[in-house]
Write a protein that binds this ligand. Structure first.
Ligand code: PLP
Length: 231
């Protein structure tokens, strides 16, 4: 099933790129494997997928212990500062940075390993109370504030759009995130040149690609529904 799902998702990505006049190589599919077993990840690897997303530090630790092949792991979920110490050398990007305390801890832990963390700033575009992330108004100030950290490279912005049956209704948020990135880039903050937009999930990745996504994070559409009753 995973193989067929990946065929379907890949075809949709290709078509969305075509509609938007973008090259397929501009968009990276992150296979969101949270809650899913290593056997599922191996099936996606056999298809050629090398980029996986997880939202829990412990799960990244467990899975990278079992799967030693070189893969690109992305931390896409809410991150507590006390867990950052497990991430240097394990993940290639942290998508969910939204407070100075967390940024300072990333700076500290990656400095210890002499590594630079690629991060995205999480923005709550729809101002949903239930979601993490900065409001769009706070993003510029936050980028300015953490821009001098030597072991952090701010690569771009990430958003989780509202759950909806109608992907078109999220277009405004994806467009808004792209415009926000352009606006912040135009400020010419020393050391800040963002090129990455992580937006779009199973329900809306095609619209996100049309609006400029460079990473789409697809879980259910690849691995099927998640079962949270077991844990
Ligand atoms: C779970 C998750 C996804 C994937 O969601 P699907 O709707 O299953 O594609 C994407 N992004 C984040 C941050 C997630 O936590």
């Amino acid at each position: 099933m995973i193989r067929e799902n990946l065929d379907f998702v890949e075809e949709n990505i290709r078509k969305a790129c075509e509609r938007a006049g973008r090259d397929r190589s501009e968009v990276t599919l992150i296979a969101v494997s949270k809650t899913k077993p290593v056997s599922d990840i191996r099936e996606a690897m056999a298809y050629g997928i090398k980029t996986f997303g997880e939202n829990k530090v412990q799960e990244i630790r467990d899975k990278t212990e079992e799967i030693t092949e070189p893969l690109n792991w992305h931390m896409i979920g809410h991150l507590q500062a006390n867990k950052v110490k497990y991430l240097p050398g394990k993940v290639c990007m942290i998508h969910s940075v939204d407070n100075v305390k967390l940024a300072d801890e990333i700076e500290k832990q990656f400095a210890k390993h002499d590594l630079v963390a690629d991060i995205l700033i999480e923005v709550n575009m729809a101002h949903e109370d239930t979601k993490f992330g900065l409001s769009p108004d706070e993003a510029l100030g936050f980028v300015r504030e953490i821009s001098d950290r030597e072991h952090i490279r701010i690569r771009g912005l990430m958003t989780i759009a509202p759950y909806t049956e109608d992907p078109e209704s999220n277009r405004v948020y994806f467009k808004g995130l792209r415009e926000l990135m352009n606006k912040i880039n135009a400020e010419n903050i020393p050391g800040v040149k963002m090129d990455t937009l992580s937006m779009g999930m199973t329900g809306d990745y095609q619209v996100a690609i049309e609006e400029g996504a460079t990473f789409v994070r697809v879980g259910t559409g690849i691995f099927g529904e998640r079962d949270y009753t077991k844990s």
